[in-house]
Ligand binder design. Structure first.
Ligand SMILES: NC(=O)c1ccc[n+]([C@@H]2O[C@H](COP(=O)([O-])OP(=O)(O)OC[C@H]3O[C@@H](n4cnc5c(N)ncnc54)[C@H](OP(=O)(O)O)[C@@H]3O)[C@@H](O)[C@H]2O)c1
Length: 250
């Protein structure tokens, strides 16, 4: 019997640490992103890892690639499946009124539509097969507090929180072993924070505060944040629909 995990955005930052941690826990990991993480690919002894290239900005690529992935993971030998919707983008960092249409659509597609599309497909297959499924949606504190210049990021993260809660409501009294929750990882030292620091004060009023987070060493290591998530998924009783914050798990 095999346990699978499908992790989006597994190439960098938080996602790469989640992938490594799950591999160490003998979970068969499927990592999905545009680029592959070289260090993970080179762990030649790893035979419980596969990489699927997918641009989550493309709904058709998502349908094609995830159809393949579900064929692999929803098999009679599968004991359980973790789906970690982790990939996300901060840009466009820009005040509303100055947003470019293409950038708007791209952000909503990657941060909100993609996890909804993928969750919908996995929920359908889990109900058909009765294989236990756990969905973890990576969100942000920005889904609960407006941040100047981040209207897309705040809206999509608020959206993923509400999607999580709504699916949880629909699962009440449902017999299938399905869990869904959101995970707010706090501020971490990843490329996303580099992008935030390199924006401009006109587009993002809090830029100095975020530059200070880095200078004062306040950004948490994504390793610590990934470990807390994997422990939650593998060892704790999940409260369906909850938005977990990393601080309550450390
Ligand atoms: N860093 C923070 O302080 C912070 C705070 C709160 C919440 N978060 C959330 O935590 C999650 C991980 O963030 P991070 O800081 O680790 O970000 P990151 O270092 O920028 O990594 C983002 C990941 O998403 C993938 N990705 C981006 N665009 C994609 C696309 N079009 N198609 C497929 N994959 C794509 C990237 O892979 P490729 O480039 O290879 O495609 C990469 O693996 C995100 O949901 C983010 O919103 C982060």
């Amino acid at each position: 019997m095999m346990k699978y995990a499908v992790v989006t955005g597994g190439s960098k930052g938080l996602g790469a640490k989640i992938v490594r941690n799950l591999l160490e826990n003998n979970v068969y990991v499927i990592s999905v992103s545009r680029g592959e993480n070289e260090e993970i690919a080179q762990l030649k002894q790893v035979n419980n890892y596969q990489f699927f290239r997918c641009n989550l900005a493309s709904p058709t690529e998502i349908s094609n690639v995830f159809e393949e992935i579900t064929k692999l993971v929803f098999s009679p030998e599968t004991e359980g499946i973790y789906l970690v919707n982790n990939a996300g983008v901060i840009d466009p960092i820009e005040t509303a009124g100055n947003l470019n249409d293409e950038a708007v659509l791209r952000n909503v597609q990657i941060n909100l539509t993609a996890p909804i599309q993928i969750s919908n497909l996995f929920l359908q297959k889990a109900k058909e097969t009765n294989i236990p499924l756990m969905i973890a949606n990576v969100t942000s504190g920005a889904g609960e507090r407006p941040v100047h210049g981040w209207s897309l990021y705040c809206s999509t993260k608020a959206g993923i929180n509400m999607f999580t809660k709504t699916v949880s409501l629909e699962l009440e009294n449902h017999q299938s072993p399905i869990k869904i929750f959101a995970y707010s990882p706090g501020i971490m030292d990843t490329e996303m924070q580099q992008k935030i620091r390199s924006s401009s004060e006109a587009a993002f009023a809090e830029i100095e505060k975020f530059q200070g987070y880095k200078e004062k060493g306040m950004l948490r290591s994504p390793q610590v944040v990934a470990n807390a998530l994997v422990t939650l998924m593998m060892e704790k009783e999940i409260e369906n629909g909850k938005v977990y914050h990393v601080n309550e798990l450390l």
